[in-house]
Every structure is written in structure tokens, then in C-alpha cells.
Design a protein. Structure first.
Length: 174
């Protein structure tokens, strides 16, 4: 069995085993010399993240990216690095990691980029931008109302909050 399949199978069984057993099996798989160093660093970072140690994961993601992790995994590494940075309170740095992830690639990770960008924006106090980002992303999944959803998302980004406009309208009518 190829090392890629072994990794996939191990990650699929993550919830069913103890963290010690998972770590032991991962280390065993990663001993395979065919696995690129960048992928090893990525898998170890993923392990730390999954075990609730984003503080230990961050350097692994950076190392993997610096060592030339391949395209799909490099995108995963950027998403997971941004998430780990968010968990550690490094919000602007996390947002910066995702700053080049603007074009949908159709690789199954587009929505994850949007989701983590929205979480970072929310934590930074940009809730309207976060919701607008999510609405724009969801609009493309709708069978109808696509144009309306995009317009409403754009309206969220206007300078005056809608609630303030509604409140003002209520006061004028009184």
C-alpha cells in the first residue's frame, strides 16, 4: 500500500484511537523514505493541530510551506496555519496567510478558505465583512436568488449599518 493511502486511512481512523496510538502509527508511516520532508513536516503539524496543540503546529506548517509542499497540501497547510494562528490570537497574521487565497480553485478547499477568513475577520471585529464574505460564497451554491444574495452581501459592506438605517426610519415615522 502506498504511503499516501496509509496516511489517508490513518487520518480516517483518528477519532477511533487514542492520541498516543495515533502518534505512534503516524511516526511509523513517516519513517518511509519516499515521503518528502515537506509532507512529513505537514503531517506532524496536522497531528499537533488535531491534538489541540496549535502552538506546536505553526512551525511545522511554515516548514512544510518553506520546503515546497505540493499544491493541494500547500493550500491545506495555509488554511490550517491561518486557523492555528487564529487559535493563538495572531489574527492579522492569520488573515495575511490567506490573503493570496482569493481565487476559487475548485479543489474542495474554496469554502474552507472563506470560512476561516470569515472567522478571522469576525475575531478582528469586522463582522459585517465576515458575513458578506460568507454570503458571497454561499450565493454560488444557491439554486435561485444568486444575484440577490450577492447584492445583499454588497449592501452589508456599506459604511452605515443597516440596523442604524432601520432605526432612523422608525424614528422618522414616529
Amino acid at each position: 500500500m502506498a504511503w499516501q493511502q496509509k496516511l489517508k486511512d490513518l487520518w480516517n481512523s483518528f477519532e477511533a484511537m487514542s492520541s498516543d496510538e495515533f502518534s505512534r502509527q503516524l511516526e511509523s508511516i513517516l519513517e518511509n523514505p519516499a515521503i518528502p520532508e515537506s509532507r512529513r513536516a505537514f503531517e506532524v503539524a496536522c497531528k499537533f493541530d488535531s491534538l489541540g496543540r496549535p502552538d506546536l503546529a505553526v512551525d511545522g506548517y511554515r516548514t512544510a510551506l518553506d520546503q515546497g509542499l505540493e499544491s493541494y497540501e500547500s493550500r491545506r497547510a495555509r488554511i490550517q496555519l491561518a486557523s492555528s494562528l487564529r487559535n493563538l490570537g495572531h489574527l492579522e497574521e492569520g488573515l495575511k496567510v490567506l490573503s493570496n487565497e482569493t481565487d476559487p480553485l475548485g479543489d474542495g478547499l474554496d469554502d474552507a478558505v472563506v470560512l476561516f477568513r470569515a472567522l478571522l475577520l469576525t475575531d478582528l471585529g469586522y463582522e459585517r465583512e465576515a458575513v458578506a464574505t460568507l454570503v458571497h460564497a454561499l450565493a454560488s451554491h444557491l439554486p435561485r436568488y444568486v444575484n440577490s444574495a450577492h447584492r445583499y452581501a454588497d449592501l452589508l459592506l456599506e459604511t452605515a449599518p443597516r440596523q442604524a438605517k432601520l432605526q432612523h426610519t422608525d424614528e422618522v415615522e414616529k
